[in-house]
Design a binder for this molecule. Structure first.
Ligand code: ST9
Ligand code: ZN
Ligand code: ZN
Length: 328
């Protein structure tokens, strides 16, 4: 455990609610034949985004200044942690608690990532855990890499997502004033934070042209999207299963590296309420944990939940594939 981890609480037994969710997972159909209802507007916007990002790579390698590149790398890190520490570990899984200043900071950091509003993100992600890799999971990985990576955002959701989604408890999220603010002012706020500022700042401070500034801003955004998407695709397909061999999510170190610690995904699906999302939380592949530990040290994060060693060991012995925490 890190010296910064004050206020850590070891969880020693699954709640009754988890058991009920486990049961429901079994009854949603896994990948029943379906007809895809393509959303052409999304096909056009994602197509434009990717072409813009490709040209952004060319500009990054030829004309962009180092200041602009460092600036965008910094935003990439900020946005990533806004997703991992904010939307994911804090708001979806309630793996720790955060005081108001940290919640506001995380909401702004998350806004740089523009992955819908946090409210919508949490609703989809709670469905993903409750009905993992069934038709009620928005990005059901039994439908393959492309569907779970990005395809699910190009078609209407499966009826099972909408039907079973009505029962998912979102009361904590709907009551959260910070998240309500983000949703209420979504268009001007997300537009300004995610696109406008990252375009204007390199123009005024680093002397970039509008074309270079815009293409690099979109490149940074698209890169953030793909590192997140890899958790839904690669970390459900390629890797080991030290904790539960019966589920699709795996340990994938490459994904952990690009997604700030979110690739230890076999562990995460077994212990979703663990704030580290991994057995070995403090390491170079899990920078999000250092971020949360730092704020725990400051007193802004508290009640960090963590699975006990005994609990992890007995679960590994019961259902794991015999590989270790790193997935070897
Ligand atoms: C983007 C994607 O933002 C975000 C990706 C998140 C990925 C999560 C990854 C998790 C990884 C975990 C670890 C973290 C790792 C982080 C690493 C970081 C380095 N429950 O959605 P609609 C109902 S892309 C309950 O329109 P359609 C509900 O009644 C970027 N109910 O469905 C809803 O109405 P309302 C920008 C649900 O029409 C109604 O259905 N974003 C649920 O089938 C309609 O919902 C975009 O481009 C649910 N889960 O359309 C937007 N879902 O909302 C992309 C739906 O009023 N999305 N209902 O209550 C869309 O355009 C559409 O959602 C669609 C489906 C076309 C995909
Ligand atoms: Zn998953
Ligand atoms: Zn999760």
């Amino acid at each position: 455990m890190s010296p910064f981890s004050s206020n850590v609480r070891e969880v020693t037994e699954q709640t009754k609610k988890d058991d009920e969710e486990q049961f429901e997972k079994l009854v949603a159909p896994q990948a029943a034949p379906r007809k895809y209802d393509v959303v052409y507007r999304n096909l056009v916007t994602f197509g434009y985004g990717h072409l813009t990002a490709l040209y952004g790579i060319y500009l990054a390698c030829t004309v962009a200044t180092w200041s602009t590149l460092i600036f965008h790398f910094t935003i990439f890190v900020i946005a990533s942690i806004g997703v991992t520490a904010g939307a994911h570990r804090l708001w979806t899984h309630r793996a720790y608690k955060a005081k108001m200043p940290l919640q506001i900071l995380l909401m702004v950091m998350n806004t740089f990532a523009f992955q819908n509003t946090v409210i919508d993100w949490v609703r989809d992600h709670r469905m993903h855990h409750r009905y993992s890799d069934t038709d009620a999971d928005p990005h059901n990985a039994t439908r393959g890499f492309f569907y779970s990576h990005i395809g699910w955002l190009l078609v209407r959701k499966h009826a099972e997502v909408k039907r079973r989604g009505k029962t998912v408890d979102m009361s904590d999220i709907y009551a959260n004033p910070v998240l309500r603010f983000q949703r209420k002012y979504a268009i001007p706020f997300i537009g300004s934070v995610c696109f406008l500022l990252p375009t204007i700042i390199p123009m005024y401070f680093f002397g970039e042209t509008l074309a270079t500034a815009w293409h690099l801003a979109v490149l940074r955004y698209v890169t953030n999207l793909h590192t997140t998407f890899l958790v839904n695709s690669a970390a459900h397909l390629w890797g080991n299963k030290p904790y539960d061999i019966n589920i699709k999510p795996v340990q994938n170190l490459a994904v952990s590296f690009v997604a700030f610690g979110e690739g230890f995904h076999n562990y995460h699906h077994v212990f979703p309420w663990d704030y580290k999302t991994a057995e070995l939380g403090n390491n170079a592949l899990n920078l999000t944990t250092y971020f949360i530990d730092f704020f725990a040290w400051l007193g802004w994060a508290y009640d960090l939940k963590m699975a006990s060693d005994d609990m992890i060991r007995s679960r590994s012995m019961r259902t794991g594939d015999g590989s270790n925490a790193w997935g070897f």
